[in-house]
Design a binder for this molecule. Structure first.
Ligand SMILES: C[S@@+](CC[C@H](N)C(=O)[O-])C[C@H]1O[C@@H](n2cnc3c(N)ncnc32)[C@H](O)[C@@H]1O
Length: 199
């Protein structure tokens, strides 16, 4: 199995076993995984889970693939594709135990707010489709308006998503590259976590 995952058909919903062979293992997605520091950190710490990174920039995909290979992580792969499409149409139905959206591009201009993933119905519908029952969506961002948008979007779907507590150090969760940069210059990182209660 190579670190790089290429879907067998970009226009068909994936089977869980298309990505990793054992469908009984939890699958976690790192959406917009950048250079793969969080992805590989998680995969090394949790050999009993599988991890797929999604990233559109070729250089970052290559860097992530190299990290996976260098650390000999059979439970991590990287796919070069667009996040919204991946969640809305490609990932396996009820196949994902946790989806991580960490420091997503904030689209700070008001006129671009609709481009934020969390403001797109297709993304939220997709999230409800791909998570297993009780599966989790975890978000971290330094961007206040993005965080507020996410709280409002998920609150408008309270029949589907229930907010969970996320105290500091509640579980193993490596700092991401962008998070480190923001913390180093004194920015505050907001975080929130939800569980799927109904698809
Ligand atoms: C601000 S960086 C955060 C990277 C990493 N999650 C971190 O926290 O260090 C956002 C990443 O998402 C990727 N990205 C942005 N929009 C994307 C999209 N629509 N599809 C796939 N990747 C995307 C960017 O290329 C970039 O690597």
């Amino acid at each position: 199995m190579t670190p790089l995952f290429v879907p067998p058909d970009h226009f068909r919903e994936l089977q869980r076993t298309d990505i990793f062979p054992d469908a009984s293992r939890p699958l976690e997605i790192d959406l917009g995984c950048g250079d793969g520091t969080f992805l590989t950190g998680m995969a090394a710490h949790h050999p009993e889970r599988d991890f797929l990174g999604v990233e559109r920039m070729l250089g970052r995909v290559s860097k992530t693939a190299r990290k996976i290979a260098a650390q000999h992580l059979p439970n991590a792969r990287i796919m070069r594709l667009e996040s919204a499409y991946t969640v809305a149409w490609l990932l396996p139905r009820a196949g994902v135990s946790r989806l991580h959206l960490l420091c997503p591009d904030p689209w700070p201009k008001k006129k671009h707010a609709a481009r934020r993933l969390v403001n797109q119905a297709e993304f939220l519908d997709g999230l409800a489709r791909i998570l297993v029952p009780g599966g989790e969506f975890l978000l971290k961002t330094d961007d206040g308006p993005y965080f507020e948008d996410t709280l409002l979007s998920l609150a408008s779907r309270a029949h589907q998503f229930e907010r969970l507590d996320w105290p500091a150090n509640a579980f193993f969760y490596p700092t991401t590259d962008f998070e480190r940069s923001w913390l180093d210059i004194g920015r505050v990182i907001h975080r929130a976590r939800w569980r799927l209660v109904a698809p």
